[in-house]
Design a protein around this ligand. Sequence first.
Ligand code: PLP
Length: 434
Amino acid sequence: MSFDGRKIILDPEEMPEKWYNILPDLPKPLPPPLHPATNEPVKPSDLEPIFPKELIKQEMSDKRWIRIPEEVLDVYRLWRPSPLIRAKKLEEALKTPARIYYKYEGVSPPGSHKPNTAVAQAYYNMKEGVERLTTETGAGQWGSALSFATRLFNMKCTVYMVKVSYHQKPYRRVLMETWGGEVIPSPSNRTESGKRILEEDPDNHGSLGIAISEAVEDAVKHENTNYSLGSVLNHVLLHQTIIGLEVKKQLESIDEKPDVLVGCVGGGSNFAGFCYPFVKDAEKEGVRIVAVEPAACPTFTSGEYRYDYGDTVGLTPLLMMYTLGHDFMPPPIHAGGLRYHGDAPTMSMLVEEGIIEAIAVKQIPTFEAGILFARSEGIVPAPESNHAIKAVIDEALKAKEEGEEKVIVFNLSGHGYLDLAAYDDFLYGRLKNT
Ligand SMILES: *Cc1c(COP(=O)(O)O)cnc(C)c1O
């Protein structure tokens, strides 16, 4: 470990070698996913047309710790362990007595936390002989993470990209294609699901739910092809726990204890990965855990806790989760990665049980927060991450009012260097405050 007053960097041998599975530590058993045709609990064999056996096992595992394969650790070492950084200049700008730390996941080659699971998923599929993965992507981060990961294991990748993002964010398409991925704007004519939507609404600008329907259909209909999901599912959140396990070691190494943990939530993977290793002791140690979502897609704060489909068309199992309804069409905000109608079932339960708090914030204040962060800390954050930063700034200002020396830790889930068009819209007053 090294600490220069700014960055806490773990030594290579301090990188966690196991992921943490929260399932055995939940306050109640997780309601099972239900088969979309029969409404019966899903059996592992139901999932085999689209997922490899090892990931299905992880999805339902009651083991608290799961060993990370050496081949996956070897890829992680390209950018992990990632730094935990004290946001001193932001603290100064806010004149807050709070100490603010951020875990920076933008150091990965695709620029976000997403390859933590993409690499693991590509690896297990490759081990079971799968040659191609299909997936959906919103802003393009997940598609680029999976294009990167599949390439490292010599596999192919087909990405259905939400149409509005495909046009708003051409550089992520180029990134995916650079890593060898095939990118299709969704809804498309490649699938029955896409065709059906286009018939009803030729100008439909797409959603993650529609793109999932297309990617699942493509995987089911083709040999040696599996589907891969970038958030929501238990095994995805499991792989992301390397983030929080590192943060725990980093904070312990400088004798610091968090009072508040903050992160942005689309489907819940970066925030779960960041905060789950802290959940079990949170109440005992008085740690607040705050999930931040966009007001334009307010799943936790305005949705219902009930069974719903993961996609728009209704091909996926029904999950017990907070949802805005599987046909909810979020407005095209720039934080494309947060435009999902549902939330991870485990995180939904933790919100329902009052263990995780949730708040919703509007788009313009998130960019104001991101700009202040960039002007004090240097890094230009992803629009998604700006949601966390807005909440962190509010917490830090509250600490100032109350004269409290709080420790606020947040996950900076990715950088925004491929989202400069969004910053341009903000800087020149074209951004809507949805
Ligand atoms: C995809 C993404 C998110 C949202 O997805 P989660 O599964 O909720 O983490 C947040 N931040 C960044 C940078 C992303 O790429």
